[in-house]
Design a binder for this molecule. Sequence first.
Ligand code: FES
Ligand SMILES: [Fe+2]
Length: 345
Amino acid sequence: MGLSREFGRAISEGPTPADVAGAPALPCPSGWSALAFSEELRPGSVLTRPLAGEDVVLYRLGTGAIRAIRPYCPHLGAHLGLAKVEGDDLVCPFHFFAFGPDGACVRTGYDTKPPRSPLSQLPVLEVNGAVFVWRHHDGRAPDWTIPAWHEIGHRPARSAAWELAGNVQEVIENSVDLGHFATLHGWARAEIGGPVVYDDASFHVSMRAHESAPLLGDFVVDVEVDGYGLGCLHADVHTARLGLRMCTMVMPTAIAPNRMQFRQRNRIAFAEPSRLPGPLARAVSRTAARVLDRAVFRSSCEFTAADFPIWNHKQYQQPPRLAPGDGPIGPFRRWARRFYPPSPE
Ligand code: FES
Ligand SMILES: [Fe+2]
């Protein structure tokens, strides 16, 4: 039961060339995976989202807290994606058994003594306008987190989501694949501003791109990238020449072998020119800000989408045959191993 298409656009419906070739898929990595944007889960709403071949049911209590649970009712197995939230209880649609915020069954639909059969809850984290669920291959509890964004400006965030083929690791790996920024994304020149720093489940890399555009001439884009596991990447993009600052959170989620949902959330801030005096200046700059905000978001999504046809059709190449000009992909892959079960060798 996948209800994922209600929010996004499916890029790949049928088998891809990699599927047809029987290319082995990477397993779903352990850690936090984004399953929704915050605004999709209003108080009282219930959502079903796929994660690693299974459904996860998300719901928001009247208090605003979110719960993530395995989908089947412990009574007789109804799918709880069809349940309703009443106050802080989740009520199954089949026999009206109700489950409290801690997952315990608090009443039955017949006003009899509730059985001791709680919901199976999963760790959930709501941060930066996204809802993440924890899943670990050996059942370990969360031992790292995704920090809150620093604030930039006051404009509301913009979000987009897609569903496509591919491995989530390769989305995060993209940030150290220096070569493709010129070949696929068209940057005139890209360089890494120092070694990639790995710290347990996170990493940091600084990048600088040299760009040029009609009317604007040459300009520099500085990018600070922070990765948290293989499900969340935060890029802080700064173009001093244009007075533009953008934070992008990229969140790939493994939903099945070689299939992912891909969410992106952007916040934008820019110096708003105000040469006109008084209220007119404010009105003009508000309108300009809205237009610019939309244009920057669209171009950010186009930048992201340049990778989609590649991910949608490729297979995972291990070992890769690297060449001078590639980014530090080898160390990244060694770091990424921690998110998978140990390999038999
Ligand atoms: S299956 Fe959920 S109450 Fe019976
Ligand atoms: Fe890319």
